[in-house]
Design a protein around this ligand. Structure first.
Ligand code: NAP
Length: 277
C-alpha cells in the first residue's frame, strides 16, 4: 500500500535510516516525498546518495511542508529540539515519535492545541525489515492517523496497536527483547562450544535455530506449547534439556527480565514527564 504524504524525519540516525529504507524499498512512499533533517552532514550525504531523498541540516526548513513529521531523535535532545519545531510544523501535520520514554502528552504540551500525535515503539530488527513495532495514539490522533502509522511501520516488519499505557510493557518485551535473545544465543554458542563444537559452528547453529523456531511458529500459527510438545518425546533428548531449563528457572528468568525492563521504562517515563520541554 502506498501513501501520499510528505514525510519528514527529524533525526536521521539508525532507526530513521531503517524506516526510510523500508518505506522506499517497499514502495510505500516515493523517495522524493521523504526529507531527512540531521546535524550530521556525512550521515545526510550518505542517505541522499543511497536513497535519493531530500536532506537538510535545518529542522524548521525541513518540516515546513510536512504532512507527517517523524521525531527520530534521542530522548535527551527533545528539550532542545521541540521548541524550534513547534512553530515550524504545519498545524495539520501528524507527529509520530519513536523516542523511548517520551509520552504523547509531553509532545502535545509542546505543540499547538489539538496537535495529532502518535507514539511508536519499534525495535532494532527493523534494521533488517523484521521489526516489531507497537503504536499508540495521543489525545487527538484519529483512526486514520493510527492506520497511516501502522502502514509506515509495517514497511519494516509487523506493527500492532496498543493503548499508550501498554507502551512500557512493549518496551520491556519487544523493545528490549532482542537483547534477551542475543543473550540466549550467546549462551547456546558457549554451551555448544563446551560440548565440543567449534565456536563459529555453534554460533551459526544457535542463531539459525532461534530464527527457524520463530519462523515456524509464525508460519504455522500454532501456540508455542503445541510446537514444543511436538518435538518433545518422553525420555528423549529435548525432554532432558527442557527439564534442565525448568530446574534452572528459565521461565521465571525471562519473566523477571521483562518485568525489570518494563519497570525501568515506567521510571524513565516519569523522569521525562518532570523535565521541562
Ligand atoms: N534503536 C532502537 O532499537 C530503538 C528502538 C525504539 C525506539 N528508538 C528510539 O529512536 C530514537 C532514535 O534512535 P536511534 O537508535 O536511531 O538513534 P541515533 O542513531 O543516535 O539517531 C538520532 C539522530 O538524531 C540526530 N540529532 C541529534 N540532535 C539533533 C537535532 N537537534 N536535530 C535533528 N537531529 C538531531 C543525531 O545526530 P548526532 O549523532 O550527530 O547527534 C542522530 O543522527 C530514540 O529516541 C530512541 O529512543 C530506538
Amino acid at each position: 500500500m502506498s501513501v501520499e504524504h510528505t514525510i519528514v524525519f527529524v533525526g536521521a540516525g539508525n532507526m530513521a535510516g531503517a524506516l526510510i529504507r523500508g518505506l522506499i524499498g517497499t514502495g510505500t512512499v516515493p523517495a522524493d516525498s521523504v526529507i531527512a533533517a540531521d546535524p550530521d552532514q556525512d550521515r545526510l550525504r550518505a542517505l541522499e546518495t543511497e536513497l535519493e531523498i531530500r536532506v537538510t541540516s535545518d529542522n524548521a526548513e525541513a518540516v515546513k511542508d510536512a504532512t507527517v513529521v517523524v521525531l527520530a531523535i534521542k530522548p535527551q535532545v527533545f528539550a532542545q529540539v521541540l521548541p524550534g519545531l513547534s512553530a515550524a510544523v504545519p498545524p495539520d501535520a501528524l507527529l509520530i515519535s519513536i523516542a523511548a520514554g517520551i509520552s504523547t502528552r509531553i509532545i502535545e504540551r509542546s505543540f499547538p492545541d489539538g496537535s495529532r500525535v502518535v507514539r511508536a515503539m519499534p525495535n532494532t530488527p527493523a534494521l533488517v525489515g523484521a521489526g516489531a513495532s507497537a503504536i499508540a495514539g495521543g489525545t487527538h490522533a484519529t483512526d486514520d492517523d493510527l492506520e497511516l502509522a501502522e502502514t509506515l511501520f509495517r514497511s519494516v516488519g509487523i506493527a500492532v496497536r496498543v493503548p499508550e499505557e501498554q507502551i512500557d510493557a512493549v518496551t520491556g518485551l519487544s523493545g528490549s527483547g532482542p537483547a534477551y535473545v542475543f543473550a540466549m544465543i550467546e549462551a547456546l554458542r558457549d554451551a555448544g562450544a563446551r560440548e565440543g563444537l567449534p565456536e563459529e559452528t555453534a554460533l551459526q547453529l544457535a542463531a539459525q535455530t532461534v530464527f527457524g523456531a520463530a519462523r515456524l511458529l509464525l508460519d504455522e500459527k500454532e501456540a508455542p506449547e503445541v510446537l514444543r510438545d511436538r518435538v518433545t518425546s518422553p525420555g528423549g533428548t529435548t525432554r532432558a534439556g527442557l527439564d534442565a531449563l525448568a530446574a534452572a528457572g528459565f521461565a521465571d528468568a525471562i519473566m523477571g527480565a521483562v518485568r525489570a525492563a518494563t519497570r525501568r521504562s515506567v521510571e524513565l517515563g516519569k523522569i521525562a514527564e518532570e523535565t521541562e520541554y
